[in-house]
Design a protein around this ligand. Structure first.
Ligand SMILES: NC(=O)c1ccc[n+]([C@@H]2O[C@H](COP(=O)([O-])OP(=O)(O)OC[C@H]3O[C@@H](n4cnc5c(N)ncnc54)[C@H](O)[C@@H]3O)[C@@H](O)[C@H]2O)c1
Ligand SMILES: [Zn+2]
Length: 383
């Protein structure tokens, strides 16, 4: 057996744990803090309390609030210019994957020359970045614990994946209370992203025993809490399970990497403007169905983790139930089909071509041709 498994930083999890933010910054000798967030998180009332606390604790805080969904190279440049001028010593990201990825990418180019495009791929970042504390406010991307950042190249219309050493946050500070304000639709969409991470990591060619353990626990937690967290957002246990499940899915895919669902989701976001979680959710069951031919046992395991399948079934039978359960989840969570999301069939060829060039495609268990990807898109279009 051979594997490489690791995580970029430390995880601190617990209700109310965000109150430890100043203490953690100070432990790195931080005095001037660069805080990256987006306007939605600010509007939700999450940012002001944390800013007030940092200032009351004697820290100087510089802010960047311009992050957009599926953050861009322009966001990264803008933020880095502000941070360089202010000579910041610690970076704090507050928000979903967009704010955290922007902060991670900006932090890379603070200590490494050139632009973020120079670091596309795995293992390209050579110099250590500044200490970064990631405070997630969605239970979805797990960007707080992964060594990846995903940045849209606005010229090439491509979501660049940048991964490896010096990319991830130094500390992930996970406080489920900060996810309580998430509206139902974003809870569902980001939660389905987390479920996709766990499922793709579990069937990935890069999977290992430690990634499998984390992936299966994540599938179990997320599949049992996502409907409750969406329908009853004030249920603290459901919120906590979602954030924990999302974090464990991140532990899994940080080493196992992802698969064809993410390969298709990235061009869907870039060309059709879909939110990351919605794009993943819409194609997930159809990619699972496609993969079942080569990973029936693993798909059956997913059904067992979801509490859908019993021991002793035939693998193919269990796998079918798992796929049906994911389709049912999409209906319960009111996830839009590609047609409802405004995707045009004429865009399928380009999306399929781009999907073939994504890093995750190297890890998907069953190789797919361009035509097979178009078939998957057609299924996700009209279902
Ligand atoms: N780095 C990684 O490992 C990784 C993994 C998967 C996805 N991603 C990337 O993450 C991005 C998506 O992140 P996301 O799905 O978390 O969405 P997001 O960060 O874009 O947030 C979605 C919306 O929710 C709002 N929001 C966030 N938290 C809130 C809260 N608590 N209350 C109310 N509103 C809130 C935001 O303001 C925003 O409008 C994509 O760019 C995707 O490619 C990164
Ligand atoms: Zn994702």
């Amino acid at each position: 057996m051979e594997f490489a498994f690791g995580l970029p930083g430390q995880s601190i999890f617990g209700t109310g744990s965000s109150k430890k933010l100043s203490e953690i910054i100070t432990s790195f000798g931080g005095k001037t803090v660069f805080c990256v967030y987006d306007k939605g998180v600010k509007k939700a009332g999450i940012v002001d309390g944390l800013l007030k606390m940092m200032k009351a604790d004697g820290l100087k805080v510089i802010e960047y609030d311009g992050v957009v969904p599926n953050p861009t190279d322009t966001n990264v440049e803008e933020a880095a210019n502000i941070a360089r001028k202010a000579d910041v010593d610690v970076v704090v990201a507050i928000g979903g994957g967009s704010a955290m990825d922007c902060a991670k990418a900006m932090n890379i180019i603070l200590t490494n020359p050139g632009s973020i495009q120079d670091y596309e791929g795995l293992g390209m970042v050579k110099n250590p970045a500044k200490p970064l504390i990631a405070v997630p406010t969605t239970a979805g991307t797990a960007s707080e614990v992964t060594g990846f950042t995903i940045i849209t190249d606005t010229k090439r219309l491509k979501k660049m994946v940048i991964g490896g050493q010096h990319v991830g946050a130094t500390v992930a500070l996970l406080d489920p209370e900060l996810t309580m304000s998430l509206p139902a639709s974003i809870t569902a969409s980001t939660g389905m992203d987390a479920l996709t991470h766990a499922i793709e990591a579990y069937v990935s060619k890069g999977a290992s025993v430690p990634s499998d353990i984390n992936a299966l626990k994540a599938i179990s937690l997320i599949s049992r809490s996502i409907v409750e967290a969406t329908e009853n957002g004030k249920n603290a246990d459901a919120r906590s399970n979602m954030l924990l499940g999302s974090m464990l899915a991140g532990y899994a895919f940080n080493s196992a990497v992802l698969g064809l669902v993410h390969s298709i989701a990235h061009p869907l976001s870039v060309h059709c403007g879909l939110a990351h979680g919605d794009a993943n959710a819409a194609v997930l069951p159809y990619v699972m169905e496609f993969n079942t031919k080569v990973v029936p046992e693993k798909t059956y395991d997913i059904g067992i983790a979801m509490g859908i399948c019993k021991a002793g079934m035939k693998a193919e039978e269990g796998a079918k139930l798992a796929v049906e359960a994911v389709k049912k989840l999409l209906k319960q969570l009111r996830i839009k089909t590609l047609q409802e999301a405004g995707v045009k069939r004429e865009q399928f060829e380009r999306i399929a071509e781009d999907a073939l060039n994504e890093i995750s495609t190297l890890f998907t268990p069953r190789e797919a041709s361009k035509n097979e990807i178009v078939d998957i898109l057609n299924l996700a279009y009209r279902s």
